[in-house]
Design a protein around this ligand. Structure first.
Ligand SMILES: Nc1ncnc2c1ncn2[C@@H]1O[C@H](COP(=O)(O)OP(=O)(O)OP(=O)(O)O)[C@@H](O)[C@H]1O
Ligand SMILES: [Mg+2]
Length: 286
């Protein structure tokens, strides 16, 4: 639904409104039914666990109370017994929370370990690209979780100075091709080359960043200053280099910001009032 709202213009353009509404209704219905089902389970589970925790204490108090009234045990014994029982029940009460934490941690650990598996060993002997051409030769690619090929027999040649626009319907595989070109992923078969050398080889040797840069649809702003955000890519860049980079993407309005490159971005940043925002002019803003 979020994607539909964000891509509302595409949805309208492709007359997908009815389909997206039906899809959203189905997803909401599914979430509603799942919510009701888990609520029903919780209304049974919670009273049962509460009862199971209270039962031993009730038994101790009943049996201990009867024994005390008969004069078989002292009051201290009954109180001590009930306190021990409380100490015993408390950890049992917390055990499900620990199990949940262990499950979450295992999932996170699996992700971290997965990153290590994907990265592969850095290449030691890397060939130097002959020129700045990029080539896609008979590439086939399927996501590990996907059932079908996203790209099949894809071919492309890009020469220096050329500007290529890849156009296609949503889901056609444009971003996927971008990921392959930037060495983020490797094709299932075929090859993606920069100057005749496979980009995956260059990426493994940290050589690719100087030749191919992927700018994704999603943008991330890290908490910190504008300078911190820019130097995340090139730590040793000086202020002149950062200003040149900003000018290149027509963001030289950043120079007019209060504090310039030291302005804080993200939560806790400076909120521009309307007058300040108006002073900043950028063609992309309207
Ligand atoms: N991480 C992923 N795992 C599994 N399938 C994926 C993944 N990312 C994309 N896909 C699938 O691969 C296909 C191509 O997706 P891709 O993002 O490359 O399309 P696109 O042409 O860039 O679309 P858009 O114009 O919406 O950006 C789609 O069917 C999509 O559902
Ligand atoms: Mg895309």
């Amino acid at each position: 639904m979020n994607a539909t709202a964000q891509g509302a213009r595409t949805v309208e353009a492709f007359r997908l409104r009815g389909r997206r509404v039906r899809e959203a209704d189905r997803a909401v219905g599914c979430a509603y039914r799942a919510g009701r089902r888990t609520l029903a389970l919780r209304t049974v589970l919670f009273p049962v666990t509460e009862f199971a925790h209270a039962l031993p204490m009730v038994l101790i108090l009943l049996v201990g109370g009867a024994a005390y009234l008969d004069g078989k045990v002292g009051l201290g014994v009954v109180v001590t017994g009930s306190l021990y029982m409380r100490r015993l029940v408390d950890p049992l009460d917390r055990a499900p929370t620990w199990v949940e934490q262990v499950q979450r941690s295992s999932a996170s650990l699996a992700r971290v370990k997965g990153v290590g598996l994907v990265a592969g060993a850095p290449a030691t002997d890397v060939r130097q690209p002959a020129d700045d051409r990029i080539g896609v030769r008979g590439v086939r690619y399927a996501y590990p979780s996907g059932a079908h090929d996203v790209l099949r027999d894809a071919n492309l040649t890009g020469c220096p100075g050329e500007r290529l626009a890849l156009v296609g319907t949503s889901g056609a595989g444009k971003s996927t091709l971008g990921k392959l070109l930037s060495g983020v992923d490797v094709p299932s078969s075929g090859s993606v080359l920069a100057g005749g050398v496979p980009v995956a080889e260059l990426a493994a040797a940290d050589e690719l960043g100087n030749r191919i840069v992927l700018i994704t649809q999603e943008h991330h702003v890290f908490m910190g200053t504008l300078r911190d955000n820019l130097t995340a890519a090139t730590p040793d860049a000086d202020d002149d280099a950062l200003r040149t980079a900003l000018a290149l993407v027509e963001a030289d309005w950043a120079g007019a910001l209060p504090d310039g490159l030291d302005i804080l971005l993200g939560t806790g940043g400076v909120h521009l009032d309307a007058a300040q925002a108006q002073q900043l002019t950028w063609p992309g803003w309207s």
